[in-house]
Design a protein around this ligand. Structure first.
Ligand code: ATP
Ligand code: MG
Length: 137
């Protein structure tokens, strides 16, 4: 059993897609074991995406991620990291497979509705970045 970290991003919260996204996640058998709404500060968003510092999309990404509330959550299941990456679809919604969250809901490469950890190391780091052990069920 594995854990991954997920964010429902501002574009999806603004368009009231939160419930549909959570239903899609649960329908795939992933269990939501922690979650909360947050308004990210500039520092929180910069730290979270530090690996992308220096890329041309970094500053607009931080601006977008702080443009409204997000929902941060921990998902648990068999191969949760890969299973959830597959459920999200590719970064660019135009190339995402049918039925994926990004194909269904994303607006653009930047405003792509969801985040999911890309490795076990990222999952551990990202979970610890946002959650105390007492917040995990
Ligand atoms: P995430 O890390 O959010 O799950 P990802 O792993 O598919 O997405 P990354 O390459 O880690 O994609 O990029 C992080 C985020 O930065 C993307 O989800 C997207 O919001 C934004 N982003 C990435 N590349 C671009 C780009 N070329 N133009 C605009 N935004 C981008
Ligand atoms: Mg990534």
């Amino acid at each position: 059993i594995e854990r991954t970290f997920s964010i429902v991003k501002p574009d999806a919260i603004k368009r009231q897609l939160f419930g549909q996204i959570e239903a899609t996640i649960e329908s795939k058998g992933l269990k939501i074991i922690a979650g909360k709404f947050l308004q990210l500060s500039q520092e929180q968003a910069e730290g979270f995406y530090a690996e992308h510092e220096g890329r041309e999309f970094y500053a607009p990404l931080v601006e977008y991620m702080t443009s409204g509330p997000v929902f941060v959550q921990i998902l648990e299941g068999e191969n949760a990291i890969t299973a959830y990456r597959e459920l999200m679809g590719t970064t660019n919604p135009e190339t995402a497979a049918e039925g994926t969250i990004r194909k269904l809901f994303a607006v653009s490469m930047r405003e792509n509705s969801v985040h999911g950890s890309d490795s076990q190391e990222s999952a551990t780091r990202e979970i610890e970045y946002f959650f105390q052990p007492s917040e995990i069920c």
